[in-house]
Design a protein around this ligand. Structure first.
Ligand code: ATP
Ligand code: MG
Length: 335
């Protein structure tokens, strides 16, 4: 394995910190959006409980994982205990009820990979997607939210990375690039790897939270209030972390051999997971293990064309942060 010399970070990196923090601040949703989301959720709760009195609505994704920007759509999961339900039937029935409840653009997509009903609430202007019994998404949303509580630099770094990915067009799974969920996991893994570490590995600690979803056991330490200050021995600034994140993915990550694993708090080998060859459509060109469904590679959507696009974008970002006098402008330039 080739040893690569570490590139030294520019000496004035901390001078960029204010610009990165300002970018982060500008993307945080204002409090009144939260109020509107609650209002819509209450409305939907009323509609759903008429037909399914025991069902519950859970918000997942960016509105609940603390990595959401202003004006995000809401992802909602309708949890129905009855195991014998037909998801398509539920979604069609739900779509009918929503339509009568005066919600707009109601559309049931029963044949999508994750079947959903889409809607728009004219009162708040919020759009949302409702799926049925996608409990794993609710649980991994909690894991992300719990990690974000431990050190503010995770949320700051992930906002910068997501904003970069959206600006540069590399946050589109249907085009072979990565989901926001994958980028947040890359940030968590990266902060677990810093020395001293900025984040612990919650799944490697004593489990204080545990649920079983299908045949997957989801267990981890969720008393994160006990971990405040965990990363305080590491004083790296946001700007330095952004620089190191992009350098890692541009120059140091071993694409041929390594899988990043939040579940184990380190990298694991592609060989051990048998992710060295293409199987069906899974090419494993960049390997990001799902923290609970560990047989699931979130990089599976990446193909031989989009891996080049991604790696060129990582290199572009690393170079801008290393050399550009004013990196925040060019880094987020629309593609
Ligand atoms: P955005 O701000 O871009 O909407 P998001 O946080 O909503 O970001 P998405 O990638 O849209 O992120 O995913 C929404 C949620 O769906 C995630 O938080 C996660 O719970 C779940 N999810 C998405 N992709 C996967 C996947 N491949 N496997 C498991 N869960 C996933
Ligand atoms: Mg989303």
């Amino acid at each position: 394995r080739m040893l690569k010399r570490q590139i030294a970070c520019r000496s004035d990196i901390n001078r960029m910190n204010g610009a990165f923090l300002a970018t982060f601040e500008s993307l945080i949703p204002p409090e009144e959006e939260r109020t509107k989301q609650k209002q819509l959720l209450a409305l939907l709760d009323g509609i759903v409980s008429k037909e399914w009195p025991d069902a519950r609505l859970y918000v997942y994704g960016s509105c609940a994982n603390s990595f959401g920007f202003s004006k995000s759509d809401i992802d909602i999961c309708l949890a129905i205990e009855d195991a014998n339900i037909d998801k398509s039937e539920v979604l069609l029935k739900l779509a009918d009820m929503l339509q009568s409840g005066n919600l707009q653009n109601v559309q049931a997509l029963t044949r999508a990979r994750v079947p959903i009903v889409k809607l728009m609430d004219p009162e708040t202007g919020i759009s949302c997607d409702i799926c049925v019994n996608n409990v794993l998404a609710v649980v991994n949303t909690k894991l992300l939210r719990d990690y974000a509580q431990i050190d503010v630099r995770l949320r700051q770094l992930a906002f910068i990375v997501k904003h970069w990915a959206k600006s540069r067009g590399v946050n589109q799974t249907y085009q072979g690039t990565l989901s926001s969920y994958a980028y947040v996991l890359m940030c968590i893994h990266f902060l677990q790897q810093r020395r001293p570490a900025i984040l612990p590995c919650l799944q490697g600690m004593e489990a204080t939270y545990s649920v079983t979803v299908g045949n997957i056991e989801c267990a981890y330490f969720d008393k994160v209030e006990k971990l405040y200050g965990f990363g305080s021995h590491n004083g790296e600034s946001l700007a330095r972390l952004v620089w190191a994140f992009f350098s890692y993915w541009a120059y140091y990550h071993d694409y041929a051999n390594d899988v990043i694993s939040v579940h184990s708090g380190s990298t694991v080998s592609k060989r051990a997971k048998d992710w060295t060859r293409r199987i069906g459509n899974d090419r494993h060109l960049i390997c990001i293990e799902d923290p609970f469904e560990v047989s699931h590679d979130l990089g599976r959507v990446v193909d031989k064309f989009s891996i080049r696009v991604l790696r060129e974008e990582f290199e572009r970002a690393a170079e801008i942060i290393q050399y550009d006098p004013n990196p925040c402008v060019k880094l987020f330039e629309p593609y």
